[in-house]
Design a protein around this ligand. Structure first.
Ligand code: PDD
Length: 281
């Protein structure tokens, strides 16, 4: 695989980042995951805008222009022959020659920019979407700025492992009785014809797929309500689902071992997945 590191395209075995990189030592960095379908980038603009927002929130200057970033994404898709898959992008606050809690002078310490592709043939026709996934609920003990897409992913990883150990696929996080989001996706329930999902704040990541799916839902005359919902409400919902750049729209059929609706994907989530894929391709 050919990867990108600080201006260079290299074989992955030759790519290097300093051991003093603040991403490595302090999770001081941000990332984006953009999906590729039919060799085409999905929602690149949305991801680029959110990246800018994350960088600004952490007082990091953007080390690459949006146009340059688009060019790097396209070049990696081309060099690696990606038809369906993902591009991972990470920007960290660089590698001062030492460990220090204070941010280094950006003039002397350039940011580290890394991109690589993940080939995922069959991403759009994922058979899991036909069955739906099972989730468990866990406490949301993450920090208070989940709207910044930082590389601090230890708790989401632990949540995924808790789900695996419980025989489930993923976890929804709960704070003050309300569902915030999934470990790496936004969470939704459906009641009748109404799609309910938490509103945007510092509590959740502002999903790029979320924005697109809600827009398509509204265009298709579906009712959307952006508000908090509880686990109890989720367990009694007709349907549940998650969205992200890597899963698109994925039905949830079980929460904490309780079936949602009939225990199979319902009507709304599969329809939204279909619309999302049609509009994206
Ligand atoms: N995760 N919420 C969290 C906590 C996420 O990590 C993600 C994305 C989302 C969905 O955002 P988007 O629709 O923009 O992908 C919501 C990516 C895919 C990841 O970490 O791999």
């Amino acid at each position: 695989r050919t990867v990108y590191v600080n201006g260079e395209y290299l074989p992955e075995t030759e790519a290097k980042v300093s051991i003093f990189d603040r991403g490595f030592l302090m999770a001081d960095g941000v990332y984006e995951v953009t999906s590729v379908l039919g060799g085409k980038l999905i929602d690149f603009d949305g991801h680029a805008v959110r990246l800018e927002r994350s960088l600004r929130a952490l007082e990091m200057a953007s080390p690459v222009t949006k146009d340059a970033l688009l060019e790097i994404h396209r070049e990696l898709v081309r060099l690696n022959g990606i038809d369906e898959g993902m591009i991972y992008l990470q920007i960290t606050r660089g590698a001062p020659g030492d460990r220090d809690f204070a941010f280094p002078d950006p003039g002397r310490t350039p940011a580290t920019v890394v991109l690589f592709t993940q080939n995922k043939p069959g991403l759009a026709n994922n058979p899991v979407a036909k069955k739906g996934i099972k989730i468990i609920s866990i406490d949301d003990i993450r920090w208070g700025r989940r709207d910044i897409k930082t590389v601090q992913l230890l708790y989401p990883s632990m949540g995924k492992m808790m789900a695996k150990k419980a025989g489930a696929d993923d976890a929804w996080m709960v704070e003050d009785g309300f569902v915030t989001e999934g470990t790496s996706n936004n969470a939704y329930i459906v009641k009748g014809n109404k799609i309910i999902t938490r509103g945007l704040s510092h509590d959740i990541l502002h999903g790029i797929t979320r924005a697109a799916v809600l827009r398509f839902a509204r265009e298709a005359q579906m009712e959307v309500e952006e508000r908090n919902f509880t686990l109890e409400e989720a367990r009694e919902a007709d349907e549940a689902f998650v969205t992200s750049a890597s899963t698109f729209v994925m039905p949830v059929v079980e929460i904490d071992s309780a079936r949602i609706g009939t225990g199979a994907p319902g009507r709304v989530a599969p329809r939204l997945r279909e619309i999302y894929l049609e509009e994206s391709l």
